[in-house]
Design a protein around this ligand. Structure first.
Ligand code: ADP
Length: 457
């Protein structure tokens, strides 16, 4: 087993990994930027190293500094968390070349799934249905338009190197197409340094259903159920839950089997996620695989009792994973992402100092956060300040718990999405489990009107 793990990340996920390592009796090293000096992950790690100035490219993304930090502190493994370098195959390679274990899949697996075209081909080759789309990136607008016309509008133009909903545009007709195509390309270039895009059929009224995968070096690959992440804003997840209200046991079995088949095709090792779209007719399609721990992993942890981060560490150390089959999925779990954003101002980030921070608690309530009263939310990184996860015996109980938990989640000093999330919990369609990925766009205006009314939160 590893002796000391360096966590190449910040915020709540850095704390989450520190806890898992500590429980396994492993020492930890925190790294931080100058903007994160007062962060809890720095306080709770055994060792810490400052990487550099606030911007991520000068700190959290500086590979040579991370490797040097691991060498100086004697870390024998690096956990990348999510975001930053988590899906960077070159980083995984450099770790290996430096004699440091990368807690994640192999560089080859990261590369295969990171390139969306290769990922789609790999899945199609093993019989997993994929969303109809161009076989690879297309740079000629006329060629792309020809595909769109053949597939039928609407279509979605996506960055080949995409992530976080960036570089993604929906085109509803031929007139709209050229503009959307150029916009997606320039957005992709500025966000990822790579302007490659491809075109897919846009599935209307679909749900985002993803399967948690776990594999080890002993040939075991299982899924741990799904998460329904259809409550999104601009293709980014806000609320996740499991089980999905849209899945029957038969559909779960079919989708889960497909997800495991896809992961086995690349002998996947570690924690990963197979993301799929479920269309309005109940047909499902592979969308992409994320080769890392996800923000929403606690949903699965609460549903199954499996500690995914500890499993990642064990598996990376060459140990067999504990569960060899899909564990029992117990009850119902909902996660809300609490962001320091102002819903009334188009969800613009609201960084600043938190004066009051009261987190909810109680039976079946989990809060993963790096924030505290007196903490200053820096403007340099993403705006998530906490994840609130609740576990009920069924969906109704989980919603009731979430409503109460949100009411006692009191943050003052920065504006948060807490009141907005409370409105979603009270929405009649949400209560019925009747929603798709455009739900917030359709209900959003009405929900925002509701929070404009003066309230205590
Ligand atoms: P990213 O890698 O940026 O997270 P994804 O490929 O995971 O992008 O897609 C993010 C979201 O965009 C999905 O959850 C879904 O809401 C929407 N989306 C992506 N592809 C399609 C599609 N072909 N049809 C309908 N919605 C899509």
């Amino acid at each position: 087993m590893f002796k000391k793990i360096l966590i190449a990340n910040r915020g709540e996920i850095a704390l989450r990994i520190i806890r898992a390592a500590r429980e396994l009796g492993i020492e930890t090293v925190a790294v931080y930027s100058e903007a994160d000096r007062e962060s809890l992950h720095v306080r709770f790690a055994d060792d810490d190293v400052c990487l550099g100035p606030a911007p991520a490219r000068e700190s959290y993304l500086k590979i040579p500094r991370l490797i040097a930090a691991a060498e100086i502190t004697g870390a024998d493994a690096i956990h990348p968390g999510y975001g930053f370098l988590a899906e960077n195959a070159e980083f995984a390679e450099i770790c290996a070349a430096s004699g440091i274990a990368f807690i994640g899949p192999t560089p080859h697996q990261i590369r295969m799934m990171g390139d969306k075209a290769t990922a789609r081909k790999t899945m199609a080759d093993c019989g997993v249905p994929i969303v109809p789309g161009t076989p690879g990136p297309i740079d000629d607008v006329d060629e792309a338009l020809a595909f769109a016309v053949k597939a039928g509008f609407p279509v979605i133009i996506k960055a080949a190197a995409g992530g976080g909903g960036k570089g993604m545009r929906v085109a509803r007709d031929a007139d709209d197409f050229a503009r959307s195509f150029q916009l997606a390309r320039s957005e992709a270039l500025s966000a990822f340094g790579n302007g490659d895009v491809y075109v897919e059929k846009y599935l209307e009224r679909s749900r985002h259903i993803e399967f948690q995968i776990l594999g080890d070096t002993h040939g075991n690959v299982i899924h741990l159920g799904e998460r329904d992440c259809s409550i999104q804003r601009r293709h980014q997840k806000l609320i996740e839950e499991a089980p999905s209200p849209a899945l029957t046991p038969a559909l779960r079995a079919a989708m889960g089997e497909a997800a495991v088949r896809g992961a086995k095709a690349i002998n996947y090792v570690g924690a990963g996620t197979i993301e799929m779209l479920l269309d309005a007719n109940g047909e499902f399609f592979f969308m992409e695989m994320n080769t890392r721990i996800q923000v929403e992993h606690p949903v699965t942890e609460m549903l199954t009792g499996v500690d995914l981060v500890k499993e990642q560490i064990r598996v990376a150390a060459g140990m067999p994973m504990r569960e060899k089959e899909t564990p029992t999925l117990r009850g119902h779990v909902i996660e809300c992402r609490v962001n320091a954003e102002d819903p009334m101002r188009n969800f613009q980030p609201s960084p600043g100092k938190i004066d009051v921070f009261n987190v909810p608690g109680g039976n079946g309530v989990r809060v993963d956060t790096h924030a505290y009263a007196g903490y200053t939310v820096p403007p340099f990184y993403d705006s998530m300040i906490a994840k609130l996860i609740v576990h009920g015996c069924d969906r109704d109980e989980a919603i009731a718990k979430m409503k109460l938990a949100l009411e006692s989640f009191i943050v003052q000093g920065v504006t948060t999405t807490v009141p907005f999330l409370g409105k979603v919990m009270r929405d009649a369609h949400f209560a019925k489990g009747d929603f798709h990925t455009k739900f917030l766009e359709q209900e959003g205006a009405y929900l925002l009107k509701e929070i404009a009314a003066p309230s205590k939160g």
